[in-house]
Design a protein around this ligand. Structure first.
Ligand code: TXA
Ligand code: MG
Length: 286
């Protein structure tokens, strides 16, 4: 059954099943957000600890989260790669929020998933569709590499390629918990440092390929050095940062496939989408 059409995806989710769904950032492992048993199955399949809350993907986020003036202003980025952390409304099942009083909401910008949300008539809780701690999928084939039996709504390769920007609006000082396509300067709100308790998913080791990865300014030089030591080295070079972001995770997967010992990744210029790319590279490195 793996690749399913929109009609089947709606039916699967409506019956409490799981279905991977395309978004503009990465594929999500979706469940009906109001069906606690279905949401629990997401945690189980992903191997994700229950304290790591999920993003609620919805057409009507204000129905699930309490908006303030800052959130109202940031609404203009939706549908789009922006997630807001806001006080939750009581209708949101606690399993989605990992027991927190806040909820992460976003309106994803993918035509198929927007139709899916409209036809389902309920929000979809979805983490990235990868086993916990591994690389996020940017194609349907990537999802099936992890879970060959999982129904996947194929929406083609993801346009952005890295996960949404997460802005924490749960306290008086807004902060960015995870950089993404939408940049700090675009937001037009005052930002401070993240409050220590806010960022459960930003574990240092995340998004990791199987091979060891090092992120450096000059990947060719670093690769030569390690090849000299007899290692099989795969190189990823920055080039156009937008294309680099799009290709980043697929590239890591390809190099893993090739069985390299070490991935040497060039850091992008630290601006725009390059900030998100470098964030993921630093988390993937060890
Ligand atoms: O682009 C994306 O955001 C993708 C697509 C599928 O929408 N989703 C995604 O989900 O990256 P996930 O679960 O892999 O990452 C969501 C992050 C996690 O780090 C989680 O801890 C954090 O959002 N998060 C969710 N709810 C939160 C909350 N109430 N407070 C703080 N962080 C929260
Ligand atoms: Mg993830």
């Amino acid at each position: 059954m793996p690749l399913v059409d929109l009609h089947a995806a709606v039916a699967i989710l409506a019956q409490g099943g799981l279905c991977a769904v395309p978004t503009e950032t990465v594929y999500g492992l979706g469940a009906d957000a109001l069906d606690e048993a279905a949401v629990r199955r997401v945690f189980a399949l992903k191997g994700r600890p229950p304290g790591h809350p999920l993003i609620l993907h919805a057409l009507d986020p204000e129905r699930w989260a309490v908006f303030d003036a800052r959130a109202e202003a940031l609404r203009r980025f939706w549908p789009g790669p922006l997630t807001l952390i806001l006080p939750r409304r009581p209708e949101v099942p606690r399993v989605v929020t990992g027991g927190r009083e806040t909820v992460a909401v976003r309106v994803p910008d993918h035509p198929l998933t927007l139709k899916l949300l409209a036809q389902l008539g309920r929000p979809i809780a979805a983490p990235s569709a990868n086993p916990f701690g591994r690389i996020s999928p940017t194609t349907a084939a990537h999802v099936l590499e992890s879970w060959p039996e999982l129904p996947v709504l194929d929406g083609g390769p993801c346009a952005v390629g890295v996960e949404s920007t997460i802005v924490d609006l749960s306290g008086p000082v807004a902060s960015i918990l995870r950089p993404g396509w939408i940049e700090a300067e675009d937001l037009g709100i005052e930002l401070g440092p993240p409050s220590g308790t806010a960022a459960p998913g930003t574990l240092p080791s995340h998004y990791a390929p199987r091979a060891r990865l090092v992120a450096v300014e000059d990947p060719d030089r670093e690769a030569r050095r390690h090849r000299g030591e007899g290692l099989r080295v795969g190189v990823m070079k920055a080039g156009d940062p937008v294309l680099y972001a799009q290709r980043l995770y697929a590239w890591m997967r390809e190099l893993d496939e090739e069985g390299v010992d070490l991935i040497v990744a060039g850091l992008a210029p630290e601006r725009g989408i390059g900030i998100a790319v470098n964030d993921r590279l630093r988390r993937a490195s060890r």
